[in-house]
Design a protein around this ligand. Structure first.
Ligand code: UD1
Length: 418
C-alpha cells in the first residue's frame, strides 16, 4: 500500500505539461473495439484506469501496445463478449464497454456494476436507451446478459438526465446500428465531443455533439485512425488550484483555457490572475484567496461535480464563506472529514456544504476516499503547515499521472512511500 507524504507551505512555481483526459480516453478505448484496422491514440494518459481499459480490450481479443503516451489498438477478431467480474471491478467506468461490445458482437455479458465511493451508480438510463435500439437484457445474480437478436437499430431516445455514460454507450452502440439514432438531452461535456471526434475520424456519421441532441446515422463499417485525445480539464483545474492554494504561479502547458471555461471564472473571482494563450494557461495567486459565495454542481456547461472537492480544499483557506451544492452525485462529500481534520471549517447538511475559510490548515494523517477527494487532500497538504500523510492513493493514481512528480517539479516537498 503506497502513501504520499507532503511537507506543506511551499508556494508552487513553474510549468506543467497537462496529460490527456481520462474521461475521453476510456470511452475512446472502448470505441476502438468497433474499428477494423489499427487505431493509434496519441496523448493517452498513463493512468491505472487506462491500463485497466487496455486489459479489458486484450481480454476481448484486442492487441494493445502502450508506448509513452501513445496506445496502438487493433481488434481483428472479438474472442469473447464477456468482461469478467475482476476486470469490471478494476475500473468503475467499464460499463462503457457495453454499447461497444454489443455494437460489435450483438451480445455482451458483464457483471452488474455495484455502488461506488460516490454512492449508487445505477445504469437504468443506459439500459433503457439500448432497449429502444433493440437490445434485450437478462439480469440475474449480479450478471447482466445483453443481446440484440435482430441487430441494433436506430431510435428516437430521450434521456431523463444528461448522463455522460449513457450518452457514450448510445453513441458507441449507434454508430454501427441500422438507421438513424437521435439522442435528446444528451450530455454536452467536452469529452463527449472528443468521443464524437474520434468516431468521425473512424468514418462514423454523427453530429450535434456538444449541443444536447446528437444525431447518428449508422454506417456499415468503421476504420482505424490516428487520434489525439483532448487535454484533461479536471487535472488542469487541479494543478491550477494547487498554484492558487499555495500562493504560487503556475503555467499549465498543453491546453488552452477553452475546456476549462466553466471553472476559470471562479478562480478569477477568487482573486487569481489568469492569462490564457493558445497552448497554455498562466495563473498567479493572490496574497489571500477570496471566497466565492455559492457554487452549484450541474451538468455541463455548469460547474462540474469533478472539481467540487478540489475547489472545496482551495476555498477552505479563502477569506469568507463558500456554499457548495452538490447536485450530481449523492455521496460526494466524503473528503470533508479529512479537510476538517486538517483544520478546515466545513459543515455538511444533505447536498449543501458550508465552508468558512480559515487562515491556515495543518498537516495530518488522512485517507483518500475517491479520486477527486484524494486530489483535494493533496492540495490541502501542499498548503498546510507541517506534514500530511495520505493513504489509499490508488484512488488518486486513477486520474493523475505520477502526481508527486508533477508537484515536485513545481518545488513541492512531496514523495511517495511504500
Ligand atoms: C462521468 C465521469 C465522472 C463525472 C460524471 C458527471 C467518466 C469516466 N466519468 O461519470 O468523472 O463525475 O460523468 O459529470 O466519464 N445516473 C442514473 N442512471 C443512469 C446513469 C446515471 O441515475 O443510468 C445518475 C448517476 O447515479 C449520477 C448522475 O446520473 O448521479 C450522473 O451520472 P453520469 O453522468 O452517468 O456519470 P458517469 O458517466 O458515471
Amino acid at each position: 500500500m503506497q502513501k504520499l507524504i507532503i511537507d506543506g507551505g511551499v508556494p508552487l512555481e513553474g510549468e506543467i505539461l497537462l496529460h490527456g483526459a481520462k474521461n475521453s480516453a476510456l470511452p475512446i478505448l472502448a470505441g476502438t473495439l468497433l474499428c477494423h484496422g489499427e487505431t493509434i491514440l496519441k496523448n493517452c494518459p498513463r493512468l491505472t484506469d487506462v491500463f485497466a481499459a487496455c486489459r479489458i480490450l486484450t481480454h476481448l481479443g484486442g492487441r494493445c501496445a502502450i508506448q509513452e503516451h501513445a496506445v496502438t489498438v487493433s481488434v481483428p477478431e472479438l474472442r469473447s463478449d464477456t468482461i469478467p467480474e475482476n476486470l469490471m471491478q478494476e475500473m468503475r467506468s467499464s460499463i462503457i464497454f457495453l454499447g461497444a461490445v454489443l455494437g460489435r458482437a450483438g451480445t455482451c455479458h458483464v457483471s452488474y456494476p455495484g455502488g461506488c465511493e460516490l454512492g449508487p451508480r445505477p445504469i437504468d438510463m443506459h439500459l433503457e436507451a439500448l432497449r429502444q435500439m433493440g437490445a434485450v437484457f437478462t439480469i440475474s445474480g449480479g450478471q447482466l446478459e445483453a443481446a440484440a437478436p435482430k441487430g441494433l437499430h436506430g431510435a428516437e431516445i430521450h434521456l431523463p438526465f444528461p448522463s455522460v455514460g449513457a450518452t457514450e454507450n448510445v453513441m458507441l452502440a449507434a454508430v454501427l446500428a441500422k438507421g438513424r439514432t437521435t439522442l435528446h438531452n444528451a450530455a454536452r461535456e467536452p469529452e463527449i465531443c472528443d468521443l464524437a471526434g474520434f468516431l468521425r475520424s473512424c468514418g462514423a456519421n454523427l453530429s450535434g455533439d456538444g449541443e444536447g441532441t446528437i444525431v447518428i446515422e449508422g454506417v456499415k463499417v468503421l476504420h482505424g485512425c490516428t487520434y489525439a485525445i483532448m487535454p484533461d480539464r479536471i487535472a488542469g483545474i487541479t494543478y491550477l488550484s494547487a498554484g492558487a492554494i499555495t500562493g504560487g504561479t503556475i503555467c499549465l502547458r498543453g491546453t488552452s483555457g477553452e475546456p476549462m471555461q466553466n471553472v476559470l471564472p471562479v478562480l478569477r473571482q477568487a482573486g487569481c490572475r489568469i492569462y490564457e494563450e493558445t497552448d497554455c494557461v498562466h495563473l498567479m495567486a493572490p496574497r489571500r484567496l477570496k471566497a466565492v459565495p455559492f457554487l452549484q454542481t450541474m451538468p455541463h456547461p455548469g460547474f462540474p461535480t469533478d472539481v467540487q472537492a478540489i475547489l472545496m480544499a482551495m476555498f477552505s483557506v479563502a477569506d469568507g464563506v463558500t456554499v457548495f451544492e452538490e447536485n450530481i452525485f449523492e455521496n460526494r462529500y466524503r473528503h470533508v472529514d479529512a479537510l476538517v481534520k486538517m483544520g478546515a471549517k466545513i459543515r455538511v447538511s444533505g447536498r449543501i456544504a458550508v465552508v468558512r475559510g480559515v487562515r491556515f490548515l495543518s498537516g495530518a494523517s488522512v485517507t483518500a476516499t475517491d479520486l477527486r477527494g484524494g486530489a483535494a487532500m493533496v492540495l490541502a497538504g501542499l498548503a498546510a503547515q507541517g506534514t500530511t500523510e495520505i493513504r489509499q492513493i490508488a484512488h488518486i493514481d486513477r486520474g493523475y499521472e505520477a502526481i508527486e512528480q508533477t508537484f515536485q517539479k513545481l518545488g513541492a516537498s512531496i514523495r511517495r512511500e511504500n
